[in-house]
Design a binder for this molecule. Structure first.
Ligand SMILES: [Zn+2]
Length: 349
């Protein structure tokens, strides 16, 4: 089969490899489409460990079941989307339904081979049937981007009437704006340094604030003003993955509010306060971290999509063939994504 292989030092090469043999309890899925975004460009640059090379990236996968053994799994030929989080299924976290923090968790397209190939294998419990009338391009985002946003939204406690700031409105940030809205947020303000991101987020936010070149206190004050919340936001989602954004996020949340951290800062990160007690400690702020999602978030995200409250289409970038992915990732590394996710056509037909 064709596979786009990532080698050490970020070299990507389209090659031929054997079709993988599913171990007992795993399904063989024929890939229709995958996605390419900032995350893949960060993977290729070595920001995250791949647990060995060569690795096939691609964590958002829509496909068709080629082979399964369980009667409970979607039958051969069905259209499916894959849950990218592969928990061990045995440990205490997996038993609690917290696969995303399973110490033995593996992630499709990170430390097990993903969807930049004609076939992919996953546990049969990670294969979910979807109606064939959902556009493949949108279904791609139901595999990871959507459940990751749902996971963050549920962990943040966002709910009816919440005043929310989303710092960093790339594709995940934009999905957070929508998820927060769908869960009852009253006001959503977006912060970013890229004007095109803020414009793209327009349909789902009340106001946008460009925080370029602003000191953290200044940015926080403008955000709270835009939110009409002089004492700060109920929930701030940090989805930019920049220490400056973490700093602004902690300064824009109200006392007793929650900062949900999901952006990936590269390497070391630190925040400092002139007065630790008054600026931070006594405000009783909840700092909640998140990475990935659980099967519950996957099901909630898919159910939310089916209600029609989400519109994933504006997040879609161009559709590109598998062999153009290296160029796309290089372009993303150089110029960002404009808040869009490329769809990788593996065999969309
Ligand atoms: Zn586990």
């Amino acid at each position: 089969m064709r596979a786009l292989l990532l080698f050490d030092e970020g070299r990507l090469e389209l090659g031929e490899v054997p079709v993988p043999e599913p171990p007992p309890g795993w399904a063989l899925v024929r890939t229709l489409a995958s996605s390419a975004g900032l995350f893949h460009s960060q993977m290729a640059s070595g920001m995250l460990d791949t647990d060995g090379f060569p690795r096939i990236l691609g964590h958002e996968v829509v496909g068709e079941v080629a082979a399964v053994t369980s009667e409970a799994a979607p039958p051969e030929g069905s259209r499916v989307v894959l849950d990218a989080v592969v928990g061990c299924g045995v440990c205490e976290w997996c038993i609690r339904g917290e696969e995303s923090i399973c110490p033995w968790m593996r992630h499709l397209g990170i430390d097990v081979d993903g969807g930049f190939a004609d076939y992919v294998i996953v546990p049969e419990s990670n294969v979910f049937g979807i109606p064939a009338d959902i556009p493949v391009e949108e279904a791609v985002m139901m595999g990871s981007a959507l459940p990751a946003a749902v996971h963050a939204a549920l962990r943040s406690g966002v709910g009816g009437g919440s005043k929310v700031i989303v710092s960093g409105v790339g594709s995940i940030g934009m999905m957070l704006c929508q998820a927060a809205r769908a869960m009852g947020a009253a006001v959503v303000v977006a912060a970013d340094v890229a004007e095109d991101h803020l414009e793209a987020a327009g349909p789902w936010i009340d106001r946008a604030v460009n925080v370029s070149d602003l000191a953290a206190d200044e940015a926080a004050s403008l955000l709270c003003e835009a939110l009409d919340a002089p004492y700060g936001a109920d929930v701030v989602f940090e989805a930019a993955g920049q220490p400056a954004s973490v700093d602004v996020s902690i300064r824009s949340v109200r006392s007793g509010g929650t900062v949900l951290l999901m952006g990936i800062c590269d390497g070391a990160a630190s925040i400092s306060f002139d007065h630790y007690l008054s600026e931070f400690l006594r405000r009783e702020v909840s700092l909640v971290t998140t990475f990935g999602f659980t099967r519950r978030d996957f099901l909630v995200g898919n159910a939310l999509y089916r209600t029609g409250k989400l519109d994933l289409s504006p997040l879609l970038g161009p559709t590109v063939p598998l062999d153009e992915v290296p160029e796309v990732l290089a372009a993303i590394a150089a110029g960002g994504t404009g808040g869009k996710r490329y769809v990788v056509d593996v065999a969309m037909g």
